[in-house]
Design a protein around this ligand. Structure first.
Ligand code: FAD
Length: 480
């Protein structure tokens, strides 16, 4: 069972024939043409299932170009796939599209230790790049729970946000250039290593967050910041969401330039992580407060940073904003505190069929949304039966709330009903239905409600300008 869009009809694409597979065998080596496609037809959360019969693993930009040129001529539809950790079904075929997986495009092309600019293949795993630049004194400007599997090309294509966006900004700022293979096989070489370049339209921006609908990203030029010499983490307990907000505002005042993350989660998230992931581990704080937050600082002087964080905690506690707090004393404790936040998404996937949402809104509305979602399904007698474990957590500094919940078994109607409530709530409250996961196929039906007709018409024009046969990741992002 998987999420289906019953009204969606297969587009006018050619069905894969033996002669097509033979062609790919001629231009690629044996292990780059895979017809045992099961692992590439299922997403991380096990909600989407494709029927792709072929998965290709190019090892060079040239090969990607030959693949797309052929697919465009033959009108074979294509799905780009990176680490396949995406949450909106974007990397899975809707019907029988050919999967082009970038895992074998995974080399660092260059790294400049003066500017911190890394030029890498799109299939480079995010964590692998961080490990590459770490000994050189740099770090990657984004960090997310899926860092061990997600790839730079996937990150760019989803405009991934993650845990340190409040410090380093999003990929629209950190990506300096891209190399992209367009749907007809043309290679767009835009791997600039310049921080400033005001020479006409900034074309790369179109591919950041395009979710593979305009071409396949093959190379990324990324600005990496200097790695902090001191990192400190505090976890705090708060007895109301007003206090979360106050703690956030004063963290920006008092920790200012060293503040690198401010994450929050609710009491139900703690219980879930304790039950499924960190059994037997005691929670670092009294585990009965409604909200918790994790603050991270990254700076250049351990003593100075620690002093600031201690002063912040002391003041917050004296003023009654922070009820309880703990500071990591070493790197083991630091990882230990972070894991209570980082394990939340996995905890929900271990507890049953997971539904995951990434709404953006005024942060003052975060708890109201979670309360309203719970009340809505409780009133209908569905909480505890069809749905359970409704939790709220997320990136306070980015105005990004994650709501997750479990569904009993898999139930298409149940998923749609939950989507309907969450997405409408976000739209009615001037929020966004996607802060960072993108539209994929999951949210496609809501695009006409969150974009106006002028915006949608322009998106369609751009799509057609790049991809006149519509072979690139069809059925996703833009409703036709
Ligand atoms: P995939 O899942 O393979 O693909 C995602 C989309 O990009 C698809 O539409 C695909 O077609 C397209 N695509 C992939 N590669 C290319 C390419 N080279 N060229 C063109 N299109 C391409 N996301 C966040 O933003 N913040 C988080 O904090 C976060 N935390 C997560 C935690 C967990 C445990 C998990 C499982 C996921 C999380 N995600 C998060 C979602 C996910 O990790 C990101 O969306 C990530 O950027 C996807 O990268 P990927 O390589 O796995 O891409």
């Amino acid at each position: 069972t998987s999420i289906k869009h019953p009204d969606l009809k297969r587009g006018p694409y050619k069905k894969l024939e033996t002669k097509d597979v033979d062609y790919f065998h001629r231009i690629l080596s044996k292990n780059q043409v895979v017809t045992e496609t099961d692992p590439y037809n299922i997403d991380f959360f096990n909600l989407y299932r494709g029927s792709s019969k072929l998965c290709l693993f190019p090892t060079s930009t040239r090969q990607v170009s030959s693949i797309l040129q052929y697919c465009n001529e033959q009108k074979l539809a294509v799905v780009p796939q990176g680490g396949n950790t995406g949450v909106s079904g974007g990397s899975i075929a809707v019907f029988d599209e050919i999967v082009v997986n970038t895992s074998k495009l995974n080399q660092v092309r260059s790294f400049d230790a003066i500017s911190g600019i890394a030029v890498v293949d799109a299939g480079m795993v995010l964590e692998a790049l961080d490990q590459y630049v770490a000994p050189l004194g740099y770090t990657v400007p984004l960090d997310l729970g899926a860092k061990g599997s997600c790839q730079l090309g996937g990150n760019v294509s989803t405009n991934a946000g993650g845990l340190r966006l409040m410090r380093f900004g999003n990929l629209h700022g950190n990506v300096l250039g891209l190399e992209v293979v367009l749907p007809d096989g043309t290679i767009l070489d835009g791997l600039s290593a310049l921080r400033k370049d005001n020479t006409g339209y900034d074309l790369k921006q179109l591919f950041i967050g395009a979710e593979g609908t305009l071409g396949i990203v093959t190379g990324v030029s990324l600005l990496t910041p200097k790695r902090a010499q001191s990192t400190n983490v505090a976890m705090i307990a708060l007895d109301s969401f007003e206090h979360v907000q106050q703690a956030y505002v004063s963290a920006r005042d008092e920790l200012s330039e060293i503040l690198s993350a401010f994450e929050f989660w609710d009491h139900d998230s703690v219980q879930l992580v304790q039950k499924t992931m960190l059994q037997g581990q005691s929670y670092p704080l009294e585990a009965k407060k409604p909200f918790y937050a994790l603050l991270e600082t990254q700076g250049s002087r351990e003593e100075h940073d620690m002093e600031k964080l201690e002063a912040y905690l002391e003041k917050g506690m004296t003023q009654g904003v922070i009820q309880d707090g703990v500071l990591a004393q070493d790197s083991t404790q630091l990882t230990g505190l972070w894991q209570w936040r980082e394990k939340i998404p996995e905890a929900i996937t271990r507890s049953g069929t997971a539904m995951t949402y990434d709404v953006a809104m005024d942060i003052r509305l975060f708890p109201q949304m979670v309360t309203d979602v719970k009340a809505h399904f409780e009133e209908r007698g569905l909480l505890g039966s069809r749905y359970s474990n409704i939790i709220g957590f997320g990136h306070v500094g980015d105005g990004n709330l994650h709501i997750m919940a479990n569904m009993e078994g898999f139930d298409q109607h149940g998923q749609e009903e939950f989507d309907e409530f969450v997405f409408n709530w976000a739209i009615e409250h001037q929020g966004s239905i996607s802060a960072e996961h993108g539209i994929g196929i999951h949210k496609i039906d809501y695009m006409t409600r969150c974009k106006n007709p002028v915006q949608l018409a322009l998106m369609r024009k751009i799509k057609t300008a790049f991809d006149k046969n519509g072979i690139m990741n069809p059925y996703k992002v833009i409703p036709f």
